[in-house]
Design a protein around this ligand. Structure first.
Ligand SMILES: *[C@@H]1O[C@H](CO)[C@@H](O)[C@H](O)[C@H]1NC(C)=O
Ligand SMILES: *[C@@H]1O[C@H](CO)[C@@H](O)[C@H](O)[C@H]1NC(C)=O
Ligand SMILES: *[C@@H]1O[C@H](CO)[C@@H](O)[C@H](O)[C@H]1NC(C)=O
Ligand SMILES: *[C@@H]1O[C@H](CO)[C@@H](O)[C@H](O)[C@H]1NC(C)=O
Length: 458
């Protein structure tokens, strides 16, 4: 059991260290000292998320099953790519399938968040990405990843926190096993800190019209940043947190205790948080304190449909109103909870995570205006080089075993939806904003009445 079909169920708990980190969560004290609220909110889990401070783990059915959809008895073309750890020199096998045509064409359109892929790459659309442009991302990057003829090479500059790099690279390696021959040649630079690296203010047209921002892959971005968002490591493994659960004797991992709350709060830490998907996957109405940062799936979520929006400044009053509203309108609150949960469990299946990676890399690959070159000090990486030396039976190995892609996907990637046109995007953003404004209006009206009431009693 590792981080498997992670969205089936999720657990998390508040962590004191993280809590002290960030004054934005100030409001929790008011909340917890108000016994009425404590009673109505069965548990509010404030979750400040900084990497290791997050205690989280997930159980679910094997992802491998999910990725090798059963094929009908009339076809027997499923091919397995067994791990071969016999080679003691631990080099990558030469007989990986170089191309595999999925048998089953896709009959489904990818989730809406795929429509943002082109937005993320748009800035380089006209000019493409030259060597000069790419190399300017290097000072921000932890590693360079090169894909050439379906093989993957990594040149690591600095170690990432915990095993973020290990499982990010592992995810890429699995993508190549899943869609052999479909990932184009490319070079990319990856940042694995919390915060984005390429800020728009540093690349203003008027200052330096000839200077394009360099492309940098990262787990999250911001409306004022150019980072290209990519799925985070926790989709494949997060052994550090599992360790903590183990120490605690799995007490805190009692799933029934975790997904029974009527409301759950999401609040950002230093940047986006890997916890969002787990919080939203619980069927509870999520009270989302307006995030600054977004990950790859966040931008298509709609307030009042998938979550209840909370202003980042006014959050105490907003939370109080949200809870009272939810208690008065349990059907509607449950519907929001369910829709949020559906969004996570359906549109964030591992197959879609891989499809998203594939399309980002295909789009990015098309922009390469440089000779893709394996750098001098890079090493080739494949499942064997990562798994075979990891023989201690520990959690890293376990996570890898659990998420190893055994066969190329017999099903093609989902159909990429049309990217947003400018007008369409504007309308969508207006829809999001107007839902937020509506909630603000209700909240302010309610709070004004409450204030008046309190004044009169004085
Ligand atoms: C690895 O070695 C074992 C024992 O010698 C053999 O049975 C197996 O087929 C080998 N595996 C591969 C993939 O070569
Ligand atoms: C403007 O771009 C050039 C490269 O085209 C670069 O050398 C220079 O440092 C940039 N200037 C500023 C102010 O960013
Ligand atoms: C909830 O219902 C009570 C009783 O009808 C009402 O007084 C209160 O204003 C309602 N609160 C909200 C936020 O709708
Ligand atoms: C490769 O590594 C060697 C030895 O550490 C170093 O001298 C050289 O500069 C490196 N090359 C690159 C391109 O980083």
């Amino acid at each position: 059991m590792c981080i498997q079909d992670h969205l089936q169920v999720a657990t998390m708990k508040m962590n004191n260290k993280g809590f002290n980190q960030k004054p934005r969560g100030i409001c929790h004290q008011n909340l917890f000292s108000n016994s009425k609220l404590v009673a109505t909110i069965f548990i509010i889990i404030f979750f400040l998320i900084l990497d290791a401070w997050m205690d989280l783990f997930v159980i679910g059915k094997s992802r491998i099953q999910m990725m090798t959809p059963s094929i009908s008895s009339t076809t027997n073309t499923i091919i397995e790519i067994p791990l071969n750890c016999n080679n003691t020199a631990q080099t990558c096998p030469l007989n990986y399938p170089s191309r595999f045509e999925p048998e089953i064409s896709s009959s489904e359109t990818c989730p809406d968040y795929f429509r943002w892929i082109q937005q993320d790459l748009k800035i380089w659309q006209e000019t493409g990405i030259t060597r000069e442009t790419l190399e300017r991302a290097k000072p921000h990057a932890h590693f360079r990843l090169v894909i050439k003829s379906g093989r993957l090479y990594v040149h690591q500059y600095t170690k990432c926190y915990q095993t973020r790099d290990v499982f990010t690279i592992w995810g890429m390696v699995q993508l190549l096993r899943m869609y052999p021959g479909q990932v184009p040649d490319l070079e990319l630079l990856f940042l694995c800190h919390d915060q984005p690296g390429i800020w728009k203010k540093d690349f203003r047209q008027e200052d330096n019209a000839t200077w394009l921002p360099p492309p940098l892959f990262h787990y999250c971005s911001h409306r004022d940043a150019y980072d290209i968002v990519f799925p985070d490591w926790s989709f494949w493994g997060w052994p550090e947190d599992w360790d903590k659960e183990k120490e605690l004797g799995f007490k805190s991992s009692n799933l029934e205790d975790q997904c029974t709350h009527r409301y759950k709060i999401y609040i950002e830490g230093r940047a986006w948080s890997v916890s969002k998907k787990y919080i939203l996957a619980c069927d509870s109405m999520a009270l989302l304190i307006k995030p600054e940062f977004y990950d790859f799936f966040a931008r298509s979520m709609v307030p009042l449909e998938h979550y209840w929006p909370i202003r980042s400044q006014e959050n105490c009053g907003d939370l109080k109103f949200a809870v009272e509203w939810g208690n008065n309108n349990t059907d509607k609150a449950q519907a929001i909870g369910r829709q949020g949960s559906d969004y996570m469990t359906k549109s964030l299946k591992m197959k879609y995570v891989y499809d998203y990676m594939l399309y980002v890399l295909q789009g990015y690959g098309k922009l390469m205006k440089l000779d893709v070159t394996v750098p001098e000090n890079a090493t080739e990486v494949c499942s064997e080089t990562m798994v075979c030396p990891t023989t201690d039976g520990g959690l890293i190995r376990q996570c890898m075993d659990d998420s190893l892609v055994m066969s190329p996907s017999v099903k093609a990637a989902c159909d990429l939806p049309q990217p947003y046109g400018d007008d369409e995007l504007k309308r969508f953003l207006e829809k999001q904003e107007s839902a937020e404004r509506e909630v603000e209006k209700w909240t302010d009206e309610y709070l004004n009445v409450q204030d008046t009431f309190l004044q009169q009693r004085k």
